[in-house]
Design a protein around this ligand. Structure first.
Ligand SMILES: *Cc1c(COP(=O)(O)O)cnc(C)c1O
Length: 354
């Protein structure tokens, strides 16, 4: 039972929280603000999950849109915590600038996220359930249009959905990746922004990877097809033999909040030597001790094997279980996010509940 939450509106939904997958589930409210006549409206909570847009809207034809993804989790004392949300706000501003979309100010971004979370309090999974409230801010170019040019009007919307693990499994899901023959993003393209335009082209790559028995595609750099870029929706980190902890540097990789946090934890809490540099997959794969895909949705998902040049390459324990480094990083990260461990880095952001 929740303490101090006796009103009907604040009663938790009767969901089987532990069984939730990573699926859309409609909640009661979403936040919406509009950019019209050169400025953002104050914003409001609405109930309809539908958006009515003009058939010519630039978001629909030319992918003039960007989005974000973050989670709210319940701490043992009932506080509702976001994880480093100002980094999501910053990343959305960068994407907007790249796409000639007016920036959503940090104040509006955080206020919209907090409002959507608070209004859907009954849908926030309780502490200990293993589930989280996934938050999807989005920014789309709307309004009448035909030619290739930026929209004049935009909508910023934040909806939420309670979710379970991205990869369903009893413990820490061990996944597999298949190196794709398709490219995700060009070196000076838009791979480092969270924009819809980067993802439609990856759907086929994911399908092909799954036909090989992998969970996801692994993309190499598009220029030389030699260095690791990232997976379809997650960055890659590698614990090398000898104690180095490496993540790719690439202009085409999405700057994952999860990955940046994991690198800090690997260095400060595990005492590993961290490196951000190009990883030459064929040259270095035999040095890989443990590999993981990481992101808000994937959290830290150990990678047991990678399909490369027509064969599988296995890592820690033949891919059956998480290795000690990734297991530890998962526990540290999730412990901080759920308010179970001391937040020594100041990474959590409490959502005011009234
Ligand atoms: C969202 C995303 C990630 C993960 O980023 P986080 O900020 O950790 O959620 C990684 N790669 C891609 C392509 C993504 O879209």
């Amino acid at each position: 039972m929740e303490q101090n939450k006796s009103t009907q509106a604040n009663t938790k939904k009767d969901l089987n929280w532990a069984e939730l997958g990573f699926q859309y589930r409609p909640t009661d409210y979403r936040f919406r603000a509009s950019f019209v006549n050169g400025q953002w409206t104050e914003g409001e909570l609405i109930t309809s999950e539908m958006i009515s847009v003009h058939e010519g809207a630039p978001a629909l034809h030319y992918a003039q849109q960007c989005f974000e993804g973050l989670k709210a989790q319940t701490a043992p004392d009932g506080r509702v915590l976001l994880f480093r949300p100002t980094l999501n706000a910053e990343r959305m501003r960068q994407a907007a600038t790249r796409l000639l979309i007016p920036e959503v100010p940090e104040e509006l971004f955080i206020r919209g996220v907090e409002a959507a979370v608070r209004a859907n309090y009954p849908w926030i999974p309780p502490h200990g359930s293993g589930a989280a409230l996934y938050i999807r801010p989005m920014l789309i170019g709307v309004g009448e249009n035909l030619g290739l040019k930026p929209a004049k009007e935009f909508e910023f919307r934040v909806f939420v959905s309670p979710v379970g693990p991205y990869y369903q499994s009893a413990g820490l899901a061990v996944i597999s990746l298949a190196v794709s023959d398709l490219d995700r993003a060009a070196p000076s393209g838009t791979g480092n922004y969270k924009i819809g335009a980067n993802y439609a082209g990856g759907l086929l790559a994911t399908r092909l990877a799954q036909q090989l028995g992998a969970n996801e595609a692994l993309f190499l750099d598009a220029a030389q097809r030699r260095y690791i870029d990232e997976a379809g929706s997650a960055n890659i980190v590698v614990a090398m033999r000898g104690g180095r902890f490496v993540t790719p540097s690439s202009s085409a990789v999405l700057p994952s909040v999860t990955r940046r946090s994991i690198m800090t934890l690997a260095e400060n809490e595990l005492g590993l030597t961290i490196e951000q540099r190009p990883i030459d997959l064929r040259k270095e794969i035999d040095e890989f001790e443990e590999v993981a895909a990481c992101g808000t949705a994937a959290v830290v998902s150990p990678v047991g094997r990678i399909w490369l040049d027509s064969k599988w390459h296995s890592f820690y324990g033949g891919g059956e279980q998480a290795g000690p480094v990734m297991q530890k990083l998962y526990e540290l990260l999730v412990g901080i996010q759920r308010g179970e461990l001391a937040d020594t880095y100041g990474w959590t952001h409490e959502v005011p509940l009234d």
